[in-house]
Design a protein around this ligand. Structure first.
Ligand code: GLU
Length: 617
């Protein structure tokens, strides 16, 4: 394979028209960030940053896979310069905040799963957005107890949680990295200042949000330059966001949690300024909430699958539990039927996969949320999966949805309960990156601002969107009378589906994987893992394969699957498939015993991602 030319595309600067909202943006430089940093002071005059878009890369010395070529390139540069996987993950994520500002960034949160080659241990960092201290279980209800309208709440200050992403970057750089945060955020500042070339996906995401964005002058001035979505091929610059990164670089994350950036976030969330003077639900965030926030190092979830260890994200995510239970169920079905997943036909594979994920969703919806008594070990135990398989799995027929949730109490009963819940199922934005370095450290990092476009509200002068993560809480109990662990509460972190995952064999990493896509993240990660481990697909093909997302209510299938003979056969078994154009946009790295790294990003969904290695083979 030819080594890609990973240099900034200076020539492109002369070919593409610059249309971004630089003029409007320049008016809002935050205090302390008025002048550019030395490293990027002349950046704006140098044209946009560009990079090649290769979906796969094979080689040694380190690898990066993300949804965006520029982010991947900047992460790779960190590895080439001797940084480790943690350094590169932070740098890549920060650039994604610029080039994927509707899915990630300073105003959001996320989860890192990290394999440390020195200790051979996996740990995780939780930077989930937290609710204000004033939140109660009734914050998202009207006085009569009925839920607030979901979409009205999304585009409001009320949905904004304490941003956690900068705290994760800071903690990760200090704890696992080898470079100061100020250095790791420099590429993001530069990309924001110099700009990047708008592609179809960026334009479409802007168009999808144009009406909401137009409702907030601070958002319109940054993301609707000249009043509309930027043209494909034009250069989008965000000098305000460059200033925000500069402030983080020079003042540290204290500017968010204790300083001027935090004051701007609080003022914006509490008093969202609208274009026509109409009101949206005000937020409740205070400086006290920001000061109380911390990114947390948590022990990962663990389950075994095919003799490998699968490490995932614990509460507040449900990702590690639900992916792990799915894999345990698939092993239970093997035993129940006497035929392993690797030996069945495609229809039976997807049938089993669908039943497993639906069962895992039934259980996570009942038992998982930011509450003290989540039965994580029980949900991840093989005996529980065996019990659930015995209760619900029929190799010939899809069980009627919704499946009842189980009782992870060690009872080993083959009789299912009758209590079933139908969750709401909405999928949104988010972004995932995977990094490995020459020492064998691996970072699997999923980050988000929740909905594509978050709350739609931009912090004036700082150019980043605030999250709407608090709408991941259940507004009211999903089943009256059944305890719901995911109701809002003071300082509480809403349940997530994000599933950054690392798989090891005898203590050595063999795979890092993750995806965006809301609740479909869990099914996408489980599908990529099983397509690769059980079905014999290459990593590239496992990521590209047509997807099924069965979540104990909606059972979505991509057209390539739904409209095939396999889709017809699944429907004949009782699967009620709903056509969905795209599910997920995964990235992954496989680490082979011979030291080669196979990095792969989504080839087409969301416009395709980019993978790169330090020394291509
Ligand atoms: N808020 C979602 C979650 O944490 C991620 C955003 C999305 O992709 O929907 O599960």
């Amino acid at each position: 394979m030819t080594r890609p030319a990973l240099t900034a595309g200076l020539v492109a600067a002369m070919l593409v028209p610059a249309v971004a909202g630089s003029a409007a943006a320049a008016s809002g430089a935050p205090p302390g960030a008025a002048s550019s940093g030395a490293a990027v002071s002349s950046a704006a005059g140098r044209g946009p940053v560009t990079a090649p878009r290769n979906a796969t890369a094979v080689g040694t010395g380190g690898a990066v896979a993300s949804v965006d070529p520029v982010a991947t390139m900047e992460g790779l540069k960190v590895l080439e310069a001797g940084g480790n996987a943690a350094d590169a993950a932070v740098a890549t994520a920060a650039v994604l905040g610029v080039t994927e500002p509707f899915s990630s960034g300073i105003g959001g949160g996320g989860f890192l799963v990290y394999y440390d080659a020195k200790t051979t241990k996996v740990t995780t960092v939780d930077s989930r957005e937290a609710a204000p201290a004033t939140f109660t279980s009734r914050t998202f209800t009207k006085p009569d107890g009925t839920p607030l309208d979901f979409f009205t709440t999304v585009t409001s200050g009320l949905s904004v949680g304490v941003p956690g992403t900068p705290a994760l970057w800071d903690l990760t750089a200090r704890r696992y990295g080898t470079r100061p945060l100020s250095q790791l955020l420099a590429p993001a500042e530069e990309v924001a200042r110099r700009g990047f070339v708008v592609d179809d996906t960026y334009r479409q995401q802007t168009l999808d949000n144009a009406a909401r964005f137009a409702g907030f002058p601070a958002t319109a001035s940054v993301f609707l330059p000249g009043g509309s979505a930027p043209a494909v091929g034009s250069v989008f610059r965000n000098p305000q966001m460059a200033n925000a990164y500069h402030a983080l670089r020079t003042l540290g994350v204290d500017t968010l949690y204790h300083g001027a950036m935090g004051q701007a976030v609080v003022a914006t969330a509490q008093h969202p300024v609208t274009t026509d003077g109409s009101t949206v639900y005000p937020g409740q965030l205070t400086m006290g909430d920001l000061a109380a926030y911390d990114a947390r190092v948590l022990a990962p979830t663990r389950t075994t699958y095919r003799g490998l260890d699968v490490w995932g994200m614990p509460v507040p995510s449900s990702g590690g539990i639900a992916v792990g239970e799915t894999l345990n169920l698939l092993e239970a079905y093997d035993r129940q039927t006497g035929t392993p997943l690797s030996k069945v036909d495609e229809v039976q594979y997807l049938h089993r996969f669908s039943e497993a994920t639906a069962t895992a969703f039934a259980d996570r919806n009942r038992w998982v949320g930011s509450v003290p008594d989540v039965p994580t070990q029980a949900l991840l135990s093989q005996p529980f999966a065996n019990e659930r398989a015995c209760q619900l799995f029929d190799p010939m027929t899809a069980h009627a949805r919704p499946l009842p949730f189980g009782q992870p109490d060690g009872s080993s009963s083959c009789t299912p309960t009758t209590a079933a819940q139908t969750p709401a199922g909405i999928e949104h934005g988010t972004t995932h990156l995977t990094v490995a370095d020459r020492w064998g450290n691996v970072a699997s990092y999923t980050l988000t601002i929740e909905q594509t476009g978050g709350s739609g509200i931009t912090v004036p002068g700082y150019g980043f969107l605030l999250n709407n993560e608090l709408t991941d809480f259940d507004f009211v109990p999903i089943t009256p009378g059944v305890p719901d662990p995911n109701l809002p509460g003071p300082g509480k972190r809403p349940r997530s589906s994000m599933s950054p995952t690392i798989i090891t064999q005898d203590g050595r990493p063999v795979m890092g994987v993750g995806s965006p896509g809301g609740a479909t993240i869990i099914t996408t990660v489980a599908q990529v893992v099983t397509e690769y481990l059980d079905r014999g697909l290459s990593l590239k093909d496992a990521i590209a394969a047509a997807r099924l997302s069965s979540r104990n209510g909606a059972e979505q299938a991509e057209p390539a699957l739904l409209d095939s003979a396999v889709g017809t056969a699944l429907q004949a078994m009782g699967h009620q498939l709903v056509s969905t154009p795209e599910i997920g946009a995964a990235t992954a790295i496989v680490l082979r015993q011979d030291g080669t790294m196979h990095a792969a990003a989504e080839p087409t969904r969301r416009g395709g991602g980019a993978a790169a290695v330090v020394d291509p083979r």
